[in-house]
Design a binder for this molecule. Structure first.
Ligand code: 8YV
Length: 316
């Protein structure tokens, strides 16, 4: 196994790093300063046959071109948006991701974010801590989550898990995706605008691709309206962030619960002062249990590749 040279693109998980280091020859990209990375790749290109990246840095066209011996990209994420999949296909490079193991955590967080935003849980906590309760009395009334119309953009594994949870809150569920899903009783909306118009809370849970970049635009935000809430646990660039900020500042959108942003870890400062937003640092899959399962999947995929066995979670 040590003969497999693995490029680790950024520090993402200490357990994964240790285990990769024990099994393979690990090249840490961040060991070289950003301006020397091209050189670093060139110097080690003969040995690097695998890349392990994540939602921060994967394998783009430049990296793939710089690594002629590359055989597999095993990403520590379910999202594939940081990998040039077409180039991998073209060059016969295998790609694996970490589906299923993180579905529950991300769906739990999505529902948590919706309730947190609508019931203003974080703001209420600050109200108590800052002593305002003592001084000013009761907190203002907030918005109920149960019984609401929930819209889900992207009814994949995570979207379905959100729907299942929302059903337990007696919500009615609608969704939009490229095509209608055969085995669900949820209402399908062929257009995102019509889904947003008919939703109190819109969950963004689709993959980021060329087609879905800024899919939640001004029109969609306005269709959700001043009493509507947006929850994004997918990817920041799915939402036109400047339009979202404007709508929140101008009161054209009721509120937003955001785990992801367009230019992480940058978050628009205009949002910091707003009481109707909850801002999280991309922690959807961030539990000890799930990150361990994700790491094991990455390792097992690489081992399977070395042993020429079927990959566990192949994408390409
Ligand atoms: C992680 C994610 O944040 O799975 C994804 O697509 O965005 C996350 O699980 C990340 O890749 C962990 O480093």
């Amino acid at each position: 196994m040590e003969s497999l040279g693995v490029l680790f693109t950024n520090p993402m998980d200490s357990y994964l790093e240790e285990e990769l280091g024990r099994r393979f020859k690990l090249f840490r990209l961040w060991d070289s300063p950003p301006e020397k990375r091209k050189e670093f790749l060139r110097a080690n290109s003969g040995e690097i046959r695998a890349v392990v990246g994540n939602s921060v840095m994967g394998a783009d066209a430049d990296m793939i071109d710089a690594l002629p011996a590359l055989e597999i990209v095993a990403t520590f994420s379910v999202g594939l948006d940081k990998i040039d999949l077409d180039k991998c296909r073209e060059k016969g490079i295998r790609v694996t991701n970490t589906p299923d193991v993180l579905t529950e955590d991300v769906a739990d967080l999505a529902i948590g974010l919706a309730i947190c935003t609508m019931r203003q849980i974080c703001q209420s906590d600050r109200f108590v801590r800052s002593g305002v309760w003592l001084k000013n009395g009761a907190y203002r009334l907030t918005t109920k989550f149960s019984d609401k119309k929930v819209g889900i953009l992207g009814l994949g594994r995570i979207g379905l898990a959100i729907a299942k949870r929302a059903e337990a809150f007696n919500c009615t569920i609608g969704y939009h995706s490229r095509t209608e899903k055969p085995n669900t009783h949820y209402k399908y909306y062929p257009s995102l605008i019509s889904l947003a118009t008919n939703s109190d809370v819109l969950f963004v849970a689709c993959a980021l691709t060329h087609d879905t970049f800024h899919i939640v635009n001004r029109e969609v935000i306005d269709a959700l309206g001043p009493n509507g809430f947006l929850v994004n646990i997918g990817r920041g660039p799915l939402v036109d962030e400047p339009e979202l900020v404007k709508a929140l500042v101008e009161g054209r959108l009721g509120g937003a619960g955001l785990d992801v942003f367009e230019n992480e870890p940058q978050v628009p400062e205009e949002l910091f002062g707003l009481d109707n937003v909850v801002l999280l640092p991309h922690v959807g899959s961030g539990t000890v249990e799930t990150r361990k399962e994700m790491a094991d999947l990455v390792i097992w995929n690489l081992e399977a590749h070395v042993l020429k066995k079927p990959l566990l979670t192949p994408v390409v």
